[in-house]
Design a protein around this ligand. Structure first.
Ligand code: HEC
Length: 140
């Protein structure tokens, strides 16, 4: 729990270091930002999607639908990682057509509710960082 609070502080620090009001600027791609995305992934996503995003996490077999293979998202989109679509899927508060199976949590709300003092901007940063991390898991 203390660890999660610490990554939250890093995300905040990255935000204060010059994040623009909208979109994710290059300043946000500092090493702390990337590290925070990887920790977020391992903490909140790997249980279902697997450490490497292959959909083989320890919880996967208990779900109604198997979690999709996150390593193929760029490939399935003609080699282009669909960042904003994925952000919307992960956030979950903006409905995405054809998505929203009961097993995929609404992370926008979850991050807001479970972490003390997380405001909308921090939630947005946290989602942006984990979506950037998932980009690094892409395979050709
Ligand atoms: C409780 C299990 C579970 C957890 C935890 C989970 N997911 Fe998912 N995820 C799913 C399932 C099941 C689907 C498929 C839902 C659907 O298509 O309606 C999914 C779908 C997705 C998709 C859409 C994939 C596609 O092919 O379009 C993305 C992106 C995604 N998850 C990212 C994440 C991220 C990032 C996290 C962590 C913040 C996370 N998931 C945590 C179960 C989970």
């Amino acid at each position: 729990m203390r660890f999660i609070a610490a990554t939250g502080c890093l995300a905040l620090a990255a935000g204060l270091a010059g994040a623009p009001a909208s979109g994710v600027g290059p300043q946000e791609r500092s090493s702390t930002y990337v590290v925070s995305g990887s920790y977020t992934y391992r903490t909140y996503c790997a249980g279902c999607h697997g450490e490497k995003g292959k959909g083989d996490g320890p919880l996967a077999e208990n779900l109604q639908f198997l979690p999709p293979d996150l390593t193929q998202m760029a490939k399935r989109n003609g080699g282009d990682y669909p960042t904003s679509t994925i952000r919307r899927i992960v956030d979950g508060r903006e409905p995405v057509e054809g998505r929203g199976g009961p097993d995929m949590p609404v992370w926008g709300d979850a991050f807001k509710n479970t972490e003390t003092g997380f405001d909308d901007e921090q939630v947005r940063l946290k989602i942006a960082s984990v979506v950037d991390y998932v980009r690094t898991l892409q395979q050709q």
